[in-house]
Design a protein around this ligand. Structure first.
Ligand code: BES
Ligand code: MN
Ligand code: ZN
Length: 503
């Protein structure tokens, strides 16, 4: 669903809900004042009594307001003007959107967070008008789609119509550009979320690859799917080792978007796509396994980002490489002590079959390198250790190249997402020594996210590379006011920002 832009006074907007953003500690904006006047001072009185403070994420509802066309108002606080960031604006808007979408077939209109008679170059906090419009559109998409894919009576519903209200016609073109971009980001985040949220009986390597092939058609991407015989021909015995315990055969999907010339550099997005991680013979506990349908979030995020980059027609070349396997225990499983030979010839002694993500990525990374890509970002729900280190909301960043590291940080900050650099000291790599092979696939308990990254580093050669461990932020175990439980599509916007020259 696209967003209609309404160039009309907010007082005459027909809608079940009108969402009004307000800043903390400031008088009402021009658009809010117009509503206030129509409501005979109904907003300013709430503000004077301290019932509307504008604190970040505060939602105050006025049901059955008299004097305006909309049936209900939800006032949402954005916090202080100077502190407004992409993340804070997104948080406030998804909070209010989730709050009002409890009934089916509603119409929802959002008053754009434009507060004074602004010129088009003005920013609030760090946000231009088109950035604010983009975030409004993304929040409307992401906040209205739930993980309740299999529920008879969902708790929330996408509105039948969503619109955005703007009075100042001179800002129309920036606002429209922002809405278009934000809408694409929201749709692609929801695609990623859906793939991750679907149950693992439905999403397995072949079905994931089929979905990718369909998306390649609708997004005009080149698509190559490597089946088992091709994976063998490509010597991907590390990935094949993980896959062999499952009745579901593995796939590697390669999707190419060419928005620039043939001689221009290519950015590779490599995703871990373990469609279910039981741990294999190093079997997980039930508790450890219950969210492991989400172990393909890296692949789903790379796919969603590539779709967004294609829809935005960004002038860059980007290729996604998705390593899709299921990790299962069986009579065919790869074993502890088994030595796998990765595609680049490195031999790996398997000391834990639950450290499977790095074995999958090893081959996919070296395949991307051999295809001559210029920069690699990989995304993976790789280690519980990263969640211990950085918590559930922050992704770990592990670089082999300072320039690319810096570029990812800059992109994440524009996207309003949180990443933190971890040290790639050689001592961590030394934990991977094996007595029989070139390396083993685990280290000690300590610094486990870094040893995992040092393992991956063996497969990227000299290509500038950043590994992003999204084990924490990819999947939320419980709801918060601003987001659903389940898949988050975390870092999708960072990838798109990274691929965006400037806008
Ligand atoms: N998929 C898991 C990592 C994970 C854990 C993701 C929790 C999301 C939430 C990964 O394959 C794994 O099992 N890693 C092991 C590595 C260990 C055996 C060295 C881990 O982190 O415990
Ligand atoms: Mn595992
Ligand atoms: Zn895993």
């Amino acid at each position: 669903m696209s967003h209609e832009l309404l160039l009309q006074p907010s007082t005459s907007v027909e809608a079940d809900w009108i969402i009004l953003p307000v800043l903390e500690g400031e008088p009402l904006s021009a658009m809010a004042s117009a509503l206030d006047t129509a409501l005979s001072g109904g907003l300013s009185r709430l503000q004077a009594r301290g019932d509307v403070t504008g604190k970040l994420g505060e939602v105050v509802k006025l049901l059955d307001p008299q004097g305006i066309s909309a049936r209900r108002i939800a006032v949402v606080g954005l916090g202080e003007r100077g502190k407004l960031t992409p993340a804070r604006l997104m948080r406030a808007l998804t909070t209010v959107v989730r709050d009002v979408c409890r009934v089916a077939d509603q119409t929802v209109a959002v008053v754009l967070p434009v507060f004074d008679s602004e010129s088009s170059s003005q920013t609030i906090g760090s946000l231009s008008i088109s950035q604010r419009a983009s975030i409004v559109a993304t929040a409307l998409k992401v906040g209205t789609v739930t993980p309740a894919l299999y529920q008879a009576k969902p708790e929330r519903f996408a509105p039948k119509q969503m619109s955005v209200v703007l009075e100042d016609e001179s800002l129309k073109s920036e606002v429209q550009a922002g809405l278009a971009r934000g809408g694409i980001l929201g749709d692609c985040m929801n695609l990623t979320r859906e793939l991750v949220n679907r149950h693992p009986g439905e999403v397995y390597p072949e079905s994931f690859a089929d979905r990718a092939a369909q998306l390649a058609i609708t997004h005009n991407l080149e698509c190559d799917i490597l089946d088992e015989s091709r994976l063998r021909a490509e010597r991907m015995h590390s990935l094949l080792g993980v896959a062999q315990g499952s009745t579901r055969p593995p796939r590697v999907v390669v999707l190419k978007y060419r928005g620039a010339g043939d001689t221009d550099p290519t950015l590779a997005l490599v995703g871990k796509g373990v469609t279910f991680d039981s741990g294999g013979l190093s079997l997980k506990t039930s508790d450890g396994m219950k969210t492991m349908k989400a172990d393909m979030a890296g692949a789903a995020t790379a796919l969603g980002a590539l779709c967004a980059i294609a829809k935005l027609e960004l002038p860059v070349n980007v290729t996604a490489y998705l390593g899709l396997v299921e990790n299962m225990p069986s009579g065919n499983s790869y074993k502890l002590g088994e030595v796998l030979t990765a595609r680049n010839g490195v031999t790996i002694e398997v000391m834990n079959t639950d450290a499977e993500g790095r074995l999958v990525l090893a081959d996919v990374l070296s395949y991307a390198v051999d295809q001559g890509v210029d920069r690699i970002i990989d995304l993976a729900t790789l280690t519980g250790s990263c969640v211990v280190a950085l918590g559930e909301d922050v992704a770990g960043l592990f670089p082999n190249n300072a320039e690319l590291e810096q570029a990812v940080h800059a992109a994440a900050s524009r996207a309003g997402e949180e990443v933190w650099s971890m040290p790639m000291f050689d001592a961590f790599g030394e934990q991977l020594r094996s007595d029989v092979a070139d390396c083993q696939n685990i280290g000690t308990r300590w610094g486990g996210s870094i040893t995992a990254a040092k393992f991956l580093e063996k497969f990227v050669g000299n290509t500038p590379w950043v590994h992003l461990d999204i084990a924490g932020p990819a999947f939320a175990e419980s709801a918060k006011p601003h987001r659903d439980p389940g898949a988050t599509a975390s870092l999708l916007r960072t990838l798109v920002e990274l691929a965006t020259p400037s806008w």
